[in-house]
Ligand binder design. Sequence first.
Ligand code: PLP
Length: 425
Amino acid sequence: MEKKYRPETLCVQEGWSPKKGEPRVLPIYQSTTFKYDNSEQMARLFDLEDSGYFYTRLQNPTNDAVAAKIAALEGGVAGMLTSSGQAANFYAVFNICESGDHFVCSTAIYGGTYNLFSVTMKKLGIEMTFIDQNASEEEIQKAFRPNTKCLFGETISNPGCEVLDIEKFARIAHRNGVPLIVDNTFATPINCRPFEWGADIVTHSTTKYMDGHATAVGGAIVDSGNFDWDVHADKFPGLTTPDDSYHGLTYTKSFGKMAYITKATAQMMRDLGSIQAPMNAFLLNLGLETLHLRVKRHCENAQRIAEWLSQNDKVAWVNYSGLPDNPYHSLAQKYLPNGSCGVIAFGLKGSREEAIRLMDSLKLICIVTHVADARSCVLHPASHTHRQLSDEQLREAGVAPDLIRLSVGIENVEDLIADIEQALG
Ligand SMILES: *Cc1c(COP(=O)(O)O)cnc(C)c1O
Protein backbone atom coordinates (compact mmCIF):
# COMPACT_ATOMS: atom_id res chain seq x y z
CA MET A 1 0.00 0.00 0.00
CA GLU A 2 1.25 3.46 -0.84
CA LYS A 3 0.00 5.57 2.04
CA LYS A 4 1.15 4.82 5.57
CA TYR A 5 -1.90 3.35 7.26
CA ARG A 6 -2.43 2.68 10.96
CA PRO A 7 -2.22 -0.85 12.41
CA GLU A 8 -6.00 -1.50 12.41
CA THR A 9 -6.18 -0.71 8.68
CA LEU A 10 -3.08 -2.80 7.94
CA CYS A 11 -4.61 -5.77 9.80
CA VAL A 12 -7.66 -5.70 7.56
CA GLN A 13 -6.31 -4.57 4.19
CA GLU A 14 -2.52 -4.83 3.83
CA GLY A 15 -0.75 -7.45 1.72
CA TRP A 16 -3.37 -8.28 -0.91
CA SER A 17 -4.26 -5.49 -3.34
CA PRO A 18 -6.38 -7.01 -6.12
CA LYS A 19 -6.44 -5.44 -9.53
CA LYS A 20 -9.51 -5.11 -11.77
CA GLY A 21 -11.60 -8.28 -11.72
CA GLU A 22 -9.36 -10.14 -9.25
CA PRO A 23 -10.76 -11.78 -6.08
CA ARG A 24 -11.44 -9.28 -3.29
CA VAL A 25 -10.35 -11.86 -0.69
CA LEU A 26 -6.78 -13.19 -0.68
CA PRO A 27 -6.96 -16.44 -2.69
CA ILE A 28 -5.20 -19.67 -1.72
CA TYR A 29 -2.63 -20.25 -4.45
CA GLN A 30 -2.79 -24.01 -4.06
CA SER A 31 -0.11 -24.62 -6.67
CA THR A 32 3.45 -25.85 -6.30
CA THR A 33 4.52 -24.40 -9.65
CA PHE A 34 4.13 -21.32 -11.83
CA LYS A 35 4.19 -21.05 -15.62
CA TYR A 36 6.60 -19.06 -17.86
CA ASP A 37 6.66 -18.37 -21.59
CA ASN A 38 10.29 -19.11 -22.34
CA SER A 39 13.42 -20.61 -20.90
CA GLU A 40 15.21 -17.27 -20.46
CA GLN A 41 12.47 -15.96 -18.12
CA MET A 42 12.87 -18.99 -15.89
CA ALA A 43 16.69 -18.79 -15.93
CA ARG A 44 16.61 -15.20 -14.69
CA LEU A 45 14.49 -16.26 -11.71
CA PHE A 46 16.97 -18.96 -10.76
CA ASP A 47 19.80 -16.40 -10.86
CA LEU A 48 17.77 -14.04 -8.61
CA GLU A 49 17.97 -11.46 -11.42
CA ASP A 50 14.20 -11.22 -11.69
CA SER A 51 11.65 -11.62 -8.94
CA GLY A 52 8.74 -13.93 -9.55
CA TYR A 53 7.23 -17.22 -8.55
CA PHE A 54 8.49 -20.55 -9.76
CA TYR A 55 8.22 -23.06 -6.92
CA THR A 56 6.23 -22.75 -3.69
CA ARG A 57 9.13 -23.93 -1.48
CA LEU A 58 10.78 -20.60 -2.32
CA GLN A 59 7.81 -18.29 -2.66
CA ASN A 60 4.04 -18.42 -3.02
CA PRO A 61 1.70 -15.45 -3.63
CA THR A 62 -0.64 -16.30 -0.72
CA ASN A 63 2.27 -16.58 1.69
CA ASP A 64 3.92 -13.43 0.37
CA ALA A 65 0.76 -11.36 0.85
CA VAL A 66 0.49 -12.49 4.48
CA ALA A 67 4.22 -11.98 5.10
CA ALA A 68 3.88 -8.46 3.67
CA LYS A 69 1.01 -7.73 6.07
CA ILE A 70 3.02 -8.89 9.08
CA ALA A 71 6.07 -6.92 7.88
CA ALA A 72 3.93 -3.78 7.53
CA LEU A 73 2.46 -4.27 11.02
CA GLU A 74 5.98 -4.58 12.49
CA GLY A 75 7.28 -1.65 10.42
CA GLY A 76 9.90 -3.81 8.67
CA VAL A 77 11.10 -3.91 5.06
CA ALA A 78 10.06 -7.51 4.34
CA GLY A 79 8.98 -10.74 5.97
CA MET A 80 8.92 -14.48 5.41
CA LEU A 81 6.47 -17.08 6.66
CA THR A 82 7.69 -20.38 8.10
CA SER A 83 5.95 -23.64 8.96
CA SER A 84 6.12 -22.96 12.72
CA GLY A 85 7.50 -20.58 15.32
CA GLN A 86 10.28 -23.09 15.93
CA ALA A 87 11.34 -22.86 12.27
CA ALA A 88 11.21 -19.04 12.44
CA ASN A 89 13.56 -18.86 15.42
CA PHE A 90 15.89 -21.48 13.96
CA TYR A 91 16.16 -19.71 10.59
CA ALA A 92 16.46 -16.27 12.17
CA VAL A 93 19.63 -17.35 14.00
CA PHE A 94 20.98 -19.90 11.50
CA ASN A 95 20.80 -17.29 8.71
CA ILE A 96 23.75 -15.48 10.34
CA CYS A 97 25.37 -18.16 12.55
CA GLU A 98 27.31 -21.15 11.33
CA SER A 99 29.38 -23.90 12.89
CA GLY A 100 32.03 -22.31 15.12
CA ASP A 101 29.90 -19.22 15.85
CA HIS A 102 28.27 -18.20 19.11
CA PHE A 103 25.24 -16.18 20.22
CA VAL A 104 23.81 -14.80 23.45
CA CYS A 105 20.25 -15.42 24.65
CA SER A 106 18.02 -14.52 27.58
CA THR A 107 16.97 -17.42 29.81
CA ALA A 108 13.41 -16.03 29.82
CA ILE A 109 12.31 -17.74 26.61
CA TYR A 110 9.83 -20.37 25.45
CA GLY A 111 10.78 -23.98 26.36
CA GLY A 112 10.88 -25.12 22.72
CA THR A 113 13.31 -22.33 21.84
CA TYR A 114 15.36 -23.19 24.93
CA ASN A 115 15.86 -26.76 23.67
CA LEU A 116 16.46 -25.69 20.08
CA PHE A 117 19.19 -23.23 21.09
CA SER A 118 20.86 -25.16 23.90
CA VAL A 119 20.69 -28.76 22.61
CA THR A 120 19.97 -29.00 18.88
CA MET A 121 21.95 -26.00 17.61
CA LYS A 122 24.88 -27.08 19.75
CA LYS A 123 24.93 -30.29 17.72
CA LEU A 124 25.35 -28.10 14.62
CA GLY A 125 28.45 -26.55 16.20
CA ILE A 126 26.78 -23.29 17.27
CA GLU A 127 27.40 -22.33 20.90
CA MET A 128 25.00 -20.23 22.94
CA THR A 129 25.35 -18.50 26.31
CA PHE A 130 22.27 -17.84 28.46
CA ILE A 131 22.09 -14.57 30.40
CA ASP A 132 19.64 -13.13 32.92
CA GLN A 133 17.85 -10.37 30.99
CA ASN A 134 17.42 -8.34 34.16
CA ALA A 135 21.20 -8.25 34.81
CA SER A 136 23.20 -5.05 34.26
CA GLU A 137 24.69 -4.20 30.86
CA GLU A 138 28.18 -4.88 32.26
CA GLU A 139 27.12 -8.32 33.42
CA ILE A 140 25.47 -9.23 30.09
CA GLN A 141 28.49 -7.87 28.20
CA LYS A 142 30.67 -10.59 29.77
CA ALA A 143 28.84 -13.24 27.73
CA PHE A 144 30.00 -11.75 24.40
CA ARG A 145 32.95 -13.24 22.49
CA PRO A 146 34.71 -12.29 19.23
CA ASN A 147 32.65 -14.94 17.39
CA THR A 148 29.26 -13.83 18.84
CA LYS A 149 26.75 -13.18 16.03
CA CYS A 150 23.49 -12.07 17.65
CA LEU A 151 21.54 -11.40 20.85
CA PHE A 152 18.09 -12.95 21.37
CA GLY A 153 15.13 -12.32 23.71
CA GLU A 154 11.30 -12.40 23.91
CA THR A 155 9.27 -9.18 24.32
CA ILE A 156 7.07 -11.00 26.88
CA SER A 157 8.39 -14.41 27.87
CA ASN A 158 6.33 -17.60 27.65
CA PRO A 159 5.36 -18.79 30.30
CA GLY A 160 7.09 -16.48 32.82
CA CYS A 161 5.51 -13.21 31.51
CA GLU A 162 8.81 -11.32 31.99
CA VAL A 163 9.03 -8.07 30.00
CA LEU A 164 12.25 -7.45 28.03
CA ASP A 165 14.09 -4.12 28.22
CA ILE A 166 14.43 -3.95 24.42
CA GLU A 167 16.40 -0.66 24.33
CA LYS A 168 18.97 -2.05 26.77
CA PHE A 169 19.32 -5.23 24.71
CA ALA A 170 19.64 -3.24 21.45
CA ARG A 171 22.39 -1.08 23.00
CA ILE A 172 24.35 -4.14 24.09
CA ALA A 173 23.93 -5.91 20.73
CA HIS A 174 24.95 -2.87 18.68
CA ARG A 175 27.94 -2.11 20.90
CA ASN A 176 29.13 -5.58 19.95
CA GLY A 177 28.40 -5.14 16.23
CA VAL A 178 25.62 -7.75 16.14
CA PRO A 179 21.84 -7.60 15.55
CA LEU A 180 19.15 -7.98 18.20
CA ILE A 181 16.54 -10.65 17.39
CA VAL A 182 13.26 -10.38 19.33
CA ASP A 183 10.50 -13.00 19.47
CA ASN A 184 7.40 -10.79 19.58
CA THR A 185 4.80 -13.61 19.74
CA PHE A 186 3.02 -12.65 22.98
CA ALA A 187 2.98 -8.88 22.51
CA THR A 188 2.13 -8.91 18.76
CA PRO A 189 2.79 -5.69 16.77
CA ILE A 190 -0.51 -4.37 18.09
CA ASN A 191 1.00 -3.90 21.55
CA CYS A 192 4.71 -3.55 20.77
CA ARG A 193 6.84 -2.97 17.68
CA PRO A 194 10.38 -3.93 18.74
CA PHE A 195 11.96 -2.16 15.71
CA GLU A 196 10.89 1.17 17.24
CA TRP A 197 13.12 0.33 20.22
CA GLY A 198 16.17 -0.78 18.23
CA ALA A 199 15.57 -4.48 17.50
CA ASP A 200 16.83 -5.57 14.06
CA ILE A 201 14.95 -8.81 13.38
CA VAL A 202 11.56 -9.88 14.77
CA THR A 203 10.19 -13.43 14.88
CA HIS A 204 6.73 -14.84 15.60
CA SER A 205 4.96 -18.03 16.38
CA THR A 206 1.89 -17.06 14.34
CA THR A 207 0.23 -20.12 15.93
CA LYS A 208 -0.70 -17.91 18.90
CA TYR A 209 -2.52 -14.54 18.79
CA MET A 210 -1.94 -13.88 15.07
CA ASP A 211 -3.85 -16.98 14.00
CA GLY A 212 -5.91 -16.52 17.13
CA HIS A 213 -8.23 -19.48 16.68
CA ALA A 214 -5.83 -22.41 17.21
CA THR A 215 -6.29 -23.62 13.64
CA ALA A 216 -2.82 -23.46 12.04
CA VAL A 217 0.76 -23.83 13.31
CA GLY A 218 2.99 -21.22 11.69
CA GLY A 219 5.79 -18.70 12.10
CA ALA A 220 7.22 -15.52 10.61
CA ILE A 221 10.48 -13.58 10.42
CA VAL A 222 10.51 -9.82 9.75
CA ASP A 223 13.62 -7.82 8.79
CA SER A 224 13.80 -4.16 9.85
CA GLY A 225 16.38 -3.52 7.13
CA ASN A 226 18.23 -1.37 9.67
CA PHE A 227 21.25 -3.50 10.52
CA ASP A 228 24.28 -2.55 8.40
CA TRP A 229 25.89 -5.92 7.67
CA ASP A 230 28.65 -4.36 5.57
CA VAL A 231 29.96 -2.33 8.53
CA HIS A 232 30.59 -5.67 10.28
CA ALA A 233 31.39 -7.57 7.08
CA ASP A 234 33.96 -9.83 8.76
CA LYS A 235 31.30 -11.15 11.16
CA PHE A 236 28.71 -11.94 8.49
CA PRO A 237 30.48 -13.49 5.50
CA GLY A 238 27.26 -15.31 4.53
CA LEU A 239 25.73 -11.92 3.69
CA THR A 240 28.75 -9.90 2.60
CA THR A 241 30.79 -12.36 0.48
CA PRO A 242 29.76 -14.25 -2.68
CA ASP A 243 27.30 -17.14 -2.28
CA ASP A 244 28.61 -20.09 -4.32
CA SER A 245 25.10 -21.54 -4.50
CA TYR A 246 23.99 -18.44 -6.50
CA HIS A 247 26.87 -18.04 -8.96
CA GLY A 248 28.82 -15.80 -6.62
CA LEU A 249 26.05 -13.30 -5.86
CA THR A 250 26.61 -11.17 -2.71
CA TYR A 251 23.39 -10.50 -0.74
CA THR A 252 24.33 -7.08 0.64
CA LYS A 253 25.49 -5.86 -2.80
CA SER A 254 22.48 -7.16 -4.72
CA PHE A 255 19.71 -6.58 -2.17
CA GLY A 256 20.86 -3.81 0.22
CA LYS A 257 18.35 -3.47 3.07
CA MET A 258 16.69 -6.72 1.98
CA ALA A 259 19.92 -8.77 2.21
CA TYR A 260 19.05 -10.74 5.36
CA ILE A 261 15.49 -11.66 4.42
CA THR A 262 16.47 -12.48 0.82
CA LYS A 263 19.14 -14.89 2.06
CA ALA A 264 16.62 -16.42 4.48
CA THR A 265 14.25 -17.11 1.58
CA ALA A 266 16.67 -17.87 -1.26
CA GLN A 267 19.08 -19.99 0.77
CA MET A 268 17.59 -21.15 4.11
CA MET A 269 14.11 -21.90 2.78
CA ARG A 270 15.41 -23.30 -0.51
CA ASP A 271 17.67 -25.74 1.36
CA LEU A 272 15.73 -26.50 4.55
CA GLY A 273 12.20 -26.12 3.22
CA SER A 274 10.05 -25.43 6.31
CA ILE A 275 7.43 -23.50 4.35
CA GLN A 276 4.01 -22.57 5.60
CA ALA A 277 1.28 -24.27 3.56
CA PRO A 278 -0.70 -21.67 1.55
CA MET A 279 -3.88 -22.99 3.17
CA ASN A 280 -2.42 -22.19 6.61
CA ALA A 281 -1.32 -18.75 5.42
CA PHE A 282 -4.92 -18.13 4.32
CA LEU A 283 -6.19 -19.09 7.80
CA LEU A 284 -3.50 -16.92 9.39
CA ASN A 285 -4.65 -14.00 7.26
CA LEU A 286 -8.23 -14.39 8.49
CA GLY A 287 -6.88 -14.24 12.03
CA LEU A 288 -4.78 -11.16 11.28
CA GLU A 289 -7.85 -9.30 9.99
CA THR A 290 -9.21 -9.17 13.55
CA LEU A 291 -5.92 -9.14 15.50
CA HIS A 292 -6.36 -5.54 16.65
CA LEU A 293 -9.83 -6.25 18.05
CA ARG A 294 -8.92 -9.53 19.73
CA VAL A 295 -5.65 -8.39 21.35
CA LYS A 296 -7.44 -5.46 22.96
CA ARG A 297 -10.12 -7.75 24.38
CA HIS A 298 -7.58 -10.36 25.57
CA CYS A 299 -5.78 -7.61 27.49
CA GLU A 300 -8.95 -6.09 29.00
CA ASN A 301 -10.15 -9.51 30.15
CA ALA A 302 -6.73 -10.52 31.52
CA GLN A 303 -6.36 -7.24 33.41
CA ARG A 304 -9.76 -7.73 35.08
CA ILE A 305 -9.03 -11.36 35.96
CA ALA A 306 -5.51 -10.56 37.25
CA GLU A 307 -7.02 -7.88 39.52
CA TRP A 308 -9.76 -10.25 40.67
CA LEU A 309 -7.28 -13.06 41.40
CA SER A 310 -4.96 -10.77 43.36
CA GLN A 311 -7.92 -9.82 45.63
CA ASN A 312 -8.89 -13.45 46.29
CA ASP A 313 -7.66 -14.92 49.58
CA LYS A 314 -7.18 -18.42 48.12
CA VAL A 315 -4.64 -17.03 45.66
CA ALA A 316 -1.01 -16.87 46.84
CA TRP A 317 0.49 -14.79 44.03
CA VAL A 318 -0.30 -13.37 40.57
CA ASN A 319 2.21 -12.43 37.88
CA TYR A 320 0.71 -10.03 35.33
CA SER A 321 2.60 -6.93 34.24
CA GLY A 322 -0.62 -4.90 34.19
CA LEU A 323 -0.76 -5.02 38.01
CA PRO A 324 0.86 -1.93 39.59
CA ASP A 325 2.90 -3.94 42.12
CA ASN A 326 4.31 -6.28 39.44
CA PRO A 327 8.14 -6.17 39.07
CA TYR A 328 7.72 -5.67 35.29
CA HIS A 329 5.07 -2.96 35.58
CA SER A 330 7.37 -0.04 34.72
CA LEU A 331 8.93 -1.85 31.74
CA ALA A 332 5.41 -2.74 30.59
CA GLN A 333 4.32 0.90 30.84
CA LYS A 334 7.22 1.87 28.59
CA TYR A 335 7.08 -0.91 26.00
CA LEU A 336 3.43 -2.06 26.28
CA PRO A 337 1.40 1.06 27.11
CA ASN A 338 -1.78 -0.38 25.58
CA GLY A 339 -1.59 -3.71 27.40
CA SER A 340 0.69 -6.76 27.39
CA CYS A 341 -1.17 -9.97 26.49
CA GLY A 342 -3.82 -12.37 27.78
CA VAL A 343 -1.50 -14.72 29.66
CA ILE A 344 -1.42 -14.67 33.47
CA ALA A 345 0.72 -16.85 35.75
CA PHE A 346 -0.58 -17.41 39.28
CA GLY A 347 -0.38 -19.80 42.24
CA LEU A 348 -2.83 -20.93 44.93
CA LYS A 349 -2.25 -21.18 48.67
CA GLY A 350 -1.69 -24.79 49.78
CA SER A 351 -0.04 -27.64 47.89
CA ARG A 352 0.23 -28.43 44.16
CA GLU A 353 -2.90 -30.55 44.58
CA GLU A 354 -4.87 -27.30 45.01
CA ALA A 355 -3.85 -26.30 41.49
CA ILE A 356 -4.99 -29.67 40.12
CA ARG A 357 -8.30 -29.44 41.99
CA LEU A 358 -8.95 -25.96 40.60
CA MET A 359 -8.16 -26.99 37.04
CA ASP A 360 -10.32 -30.11 37.21
CA SER A 361 -13.22 -28.03 38.54
CA LEU A 362 -13.17 -25.43 35.75
CA LYS A 363 -16.06 -25.83 33.32
CA LEU A 364 -15.66 -23.09 30.71
CA ILE A 365 -11.87 -22.73 30.84
CA CYS A 366 -10.32 -25.89 29.35
CA ILE A 367 -7.09 -27.75 30.01
CA VAL A 368 -5.09 -27.67 26.76
CA THR A 369 -1.44 -27.44 25.71
CA HIS A 370 -1.84 -24.10 24.02
CA VAL A 371 -1.93 -20.40 24.79
CA ALA A 372 -3.09 -17.25 23.15
CA ASP A 373 -6.22 -18.15 21.25
CA ALA A 374 -9.83 -16.99 21.46
CA ARG A 375 -10.84 -19.70 23.98
CA SER A 376 -9.63 -19.40 27.58
CA CYS A 377 -7.42 -22.27 28.71
CA VAL A 378 -5.15 -23.38 31.56
CA LEU A 379 -2.07 -25.49 31.98
CA HIS A 380 -0.24 -26.59 35.13
CA PRO A 381 3.39 -27.12 34.03
CA ALA A 382 4.21 -29.20 37.15
CA SER A 383 1.46 -31.72 36.27
CA HIS A 384 1.81 -31.54 32.47
CA THR A 385 4.78 -30.27 30.48
CA HIS A 386 7.24 -30.67 33.41
CA ARG A 387 5.56 -33.56 35.28
CA GLN A 388 8.70 -35.71 35.61
CA LEU A 389 10.39 -33.08 37.80
CA SER A 390 10.36 -32.86 41.61
CA ASP A 391 9.41 -29.55 43.30
CA GLU A 392 13.12 -28.87 43.79
CA GLN A 393 13.97 -29.54 40.14
CA LEU A 394 11.03 -27.41 39.02
CA ARG A 395 12.34 -24.42 40.97
CA GLU A 396 15.77 -24.91 39.39
CA ALA A 397 14.10 -24.89 35.96
CA GLY A 398 12.43 -21.58 36.87
CA VAL A 399 8.90 -23.02 37.09
CA ALA A 400 7.18 -22.65 40.44
CA PRO A 401 5.53 -26.01 41.39
CA ASP A 402 2.25 -24.20 41.95
CA LEU A 403 2.39 -22.07 38.75
CA ILE A 404 -0.86 -22.13 36.80
CA ARG A 405 -0.65 -20.60 33.32
CA LEU A 406 -3.99 -19.07 32.47
CA SER A 407 -4.48 -17.92 28.89
CA VAL A 408 -7.42 -15.53 28.99
CA GLY A 409 -9.60 -15.63 25.88
CA ILE A 410 -12.11 -13.20 24.45
CA GLU A 411 -15.26 -14.57 26.10
CA ASN A 412 -17.37 -12.45 28.47
CA VAL A 413 -15.10 -11.69 31.42
CA GLU A 414 -17.89 -12.10 34.01
CA ASP A 415 -18.47 -15.65 32.77
CA LEU A 416 -14.75 -16.40 33.08
CA ILE A 417 -14.57 -14.99 36.61
CA ALA A 418 -17.69 -16.94 37.62
CA ASP A 419 -16.03 -20.13 36.33
CA ILE A 420 -12.83 -19.50 38.34
CA GLU A 421 -14.89 -18.55 41.40
CA GLN A 422 -16.97 -21.77 41.36
CA ALA A 423 -13.81 -23.84 40.76
CA LEU A 424 -12.04 -22.26 43.76
CA GLY A 425 -15.02 -23.55 45.79
C1 PLP B 1 4.78 -21.21 20.86
C2 PLP B 1 5.98 -20.35 20.82
C3 PLP B 1 7.06 -20.64 19.95
C4 PLP B 1 7.08 -21.87 19.07
O1 PLP B 1 6.13 -21.74 18.08
P1 PLP B 1 5.39 -22.99 17.35
O2 PLP B 1 4.52 -22.29 16.39
O3 PLP B 1 4.71 -23.79 18.39
O4 PLP B 1 6.50 -23.76 16.67
C5 PLP B 1 8.12 -19.75 19.93
N1 PLP B 1 8.15 -18.66 20.73
C6 PLP B 1 7.14 -18.36 21.56
C7 PLP B 1 7.22 -17.14 22.42
C8 PLP B 1 6.02 -19.20 21.65
O5 PLP B 1 5.02 -18.90 22.51
